[in-house]
Design a protein around this ligand. Structure first.
Ligand code: HEM
Length: 349
């Protein structure tokens, strides 16, 4: 077995939490990107609306997807919908990734994107738009997949998939998979900073070491009893966990924002594939919620009863992507959005 992203070798200041002689009870895998990839750019670009505008707004985000693929040359784009965000509105979101340095910045600088953005930024429109964009050094990034064959998110652009990894299935394994954590505790520094503020627009920069997670469950291939049991035993506790993070996360566990999303088919129909997109003030806050909070423990425990019943025959797939952001080049812009949208909920007055 070998470990993803960890072969570049460095002395550890902080020990691994992996127990000595650890053998994971089930296999898991990580995406691999090759030594030439030092950074991933990720952007969450979306619109916020109230329900009656759904069809019209889907067209806008579908147009954006086309732009991202054709003009932006994004390495991957997926579309998803959040039925209710932390402000009570809905969102359509394009999540896009680039492996080439500066490709995201170049896209934002194209006349096509600028025209698109200007068209949807006029004061008084019935919807808001936003973009949250992050530059993630590979050393601060990790992925986990329950199956080596499962392709989602940045895995669409990966070079290969690892062999079964050792560093998973114990608390603290997420941190152990992040290379930088060997020498840096990744503690949060500073607050979310307001860079610009106008009548209908606000631009912020996250605090250093903000932790971003996309954590998903893909039921598209699950059938029969497995499918029924997922929806009866796991989905209710998952929804409760996502609701807790959305509504109480900031006060209770330093989760600045959580959106429970459905990935979309072409045309806007929801897939049987959901994920949580959450921003925590720090990796430690994310770890603490996962390890100790009853809402994640309920999800985890339900899964631990469910998964062994299917073993290698399990058709549903589980995955996550986690990044811990350095202070530089991380920006979020909100135009005509409700107060408290996304990272705005973490701005201290
Ligand atoms: C870890 C189950 C949803 C955050 C885990 C692990 C399992 C699990 C089995 C251990 C993984 C390993 O290392 O092998 C699930 C299931 C979910 C779900 C079945 C949904 C049906 C979520 C969501 C989030 C989340 C939505 C966050 C938004 C985490 C984190 C860890 C974790 C941060 C890593 C903890 C650590 O290593 O310290 N979860 N989870 N999970 N989960 Fe979940």
């Amino acid at each position: 077995m070998r470990q993803n992203n960890l072969s570049r070798g460095s002395e550890r200041t902080y020990p691994l939490r992996m127990p000595p002689g650890w053998e994971p009870p089930v296999p898991a895998f990580s995406s691999e990107f090759g030594a030439a990839t030092n950074e991933i750019s990720m952007a969450v670009i979306g619109c916020q609306f109230s329900r009656p505008h759904r069809d019209r707004l889907y067209e806008i985000v579908a147009g954006l997807e086309l732009l991202l693929r054709k003009v932006g040359e994004a390495d991957h784009v997926d579309l998803s919908e959040c039925p209710i965000d932390g402000t009570g509105h809905s969102q359509f979101v394009a999540t896009c990734y680039w492996l080439k340095p500066d490709a995201m910045a170049k896209f934002f600088d194209t006349t096509d994107f600028k025209a698109f953005w200007a068209r949807h930024s006029t004061e008084g429109l019935a919807y808001g738009v936003f973009r949250e964009f992050f530059n993630i050094p590979m050393k601060r990034f990790e992925t986990l997949h329950s199956g080596p064959d499962h392709i989602v998110g940045i895995a669409h652009a990966r070079q290969s998939v690892s062999d079964p990894i050792l560093r998973h299935a114990y608390w603290g394994s997420m941190r152990d998979r992040i290379e930088e954590s060997a020498t840096d505790e990744l503690e949060p520094v500073g607050d979310i900073e307001v860079l610009e503020k106008g009548p209908n627009r606000i631009v912020v920069r996250p605090n250093q070491n903000l932790a971003v997670i996309r954590s998903g469950q893909d039921l598209t291939k699950a059938t029969g009893v497995e499918r029924e049991e997922y929806f009866s035993d796991i989905e209710p506790v998952l929804k409760a966990g996502m609701k807790f993070l959305r509504d109480n996360g900031l006060e209770e566990v330093n989760c600045i924002d959580c959106r429970y999303m459905s990935l979309l088919e072409e045309g806007g129909t929801r897939k049987d594939h959901t994920y949580g997109l959450a921003y925590f003030r720090s990796l430690k806050d994310l770890e603490q919620w996962a390890e100790f909070h009853p809402t994640h423990l309920a999800i985890f425990n339900a899964f631990m009863e469910f998964a062994p019943r299917y073993g290698p025959e399990m058709r549903s797939r589980y995955w996550h992507e986690v990044s811990v952001l350095p202070a530089v080049s991380q920006i979020a812009e909100y135009i005509n959005c409700a107060p408290g949208t996304g990272l705005l909920s973490g701005v201290r007055n």
